[in-house]
Design a protein around this ligand. Sequence first.
Ligand code: SPD
Length: 370
Amino acid sequence: MEGGAGKGLECQKTMDGKGSNGNGSEKAIPSCCLKAMASAPELEAKCHSTVVSGWFSESHSCSGKASKRVYFNNPMWPGEAHSLVVEKVLFKAKSEYQEVLVFESLTYGKVLVLDGIVQLTEKDECSYQEMIVHLPLCSIPSPKTVLVVGGGDGGVLREIARHSSVEQIDICEIDKMVIDVSKKFFPELAVGFEDPRVHLCVGDAVEFLRNASEGKYDAIIVDSSDPVGPAQELVEKPFFDTAARALRPGGVLCNMAESMWLHTHLIQDMISICRETFKGSVHYAWTSVPTYPSGVIGFLICSTEGPPVDFLNPINPIEKLEGALKHKRELRFYNSEMHSAAFALPSFLKREVSLLCDSPTPAAQRISVS
Ligand code: SPD
């Protein structure tokens, strides 16, 4: 949901939004569309969301003027497109940053789509939101201050709120329309904004983080859209440096890190950057989300130098946290067994990422990848 450098900040406590900030300028054509157009210049690229004959397809729709054929081509997952039957389109509008679409699907409940890419469905959102939050927060004792980058639907906030040790939850989301749409169509997620510990900032998270005091956060959770276009900077070194600076010693970062089936090189790059930046440990974990490309999504999870963090064996198991299993609603996916299992990697990925590992000396153990 997040991205866009150089925008102003508009911060407030909890949910009384004042409208998004920005410069009112026309949104540039996303780089992914430019690539799609460049690869087929005879086509007229129409971005983004496509509902054709009652099916939504996660892709770009490039309609060939001459042939009237429809080509699907998203450079993040070229040559494939996951489709869902659309019962009813509930909302479609362009925000200052992206196209926002909500539809009722036949099999996954309501679906939130940004710039043609599925962000969540009611049926499987539990897997992503629960894992991206509890993998880091259950790995440190008594987290108190947490920052969410992106996450405008509120689902990540809902999950953080299960941790009663947390005293302050800051969230910086760039697109106010995402927050408003979630409040209207996804109340089970937007309930996260109702927690009195939440401080909402509508603006650019990179700038927000730059202004954060050093060592402020116990945990930072990056719930972004894919790193094409504005969210690109959230997988680059300057962002990780800024995040590491804002974490306390032994603080943790959990960053959405794409699919091991589709994005091995991106994962390698992210691990390699984080290894330079985070002097504690760096791990890759993953979970199953059927409506994301290839059906899985990963998380890069790192700690800064300080009290060591054993991500594989949660020190703060959710089952022992009072009220956590049922806060607002029952946990649907995460438990301590899923936590440890998330770090088990298939052999092909182990081979790819092991190139980044040192020999098993104490220093090298900082970056064990499973
Ligand atoms: N390929 C889609 C990745 C989307 C990650 N962000 C999801 C936001 C849910 N809170």
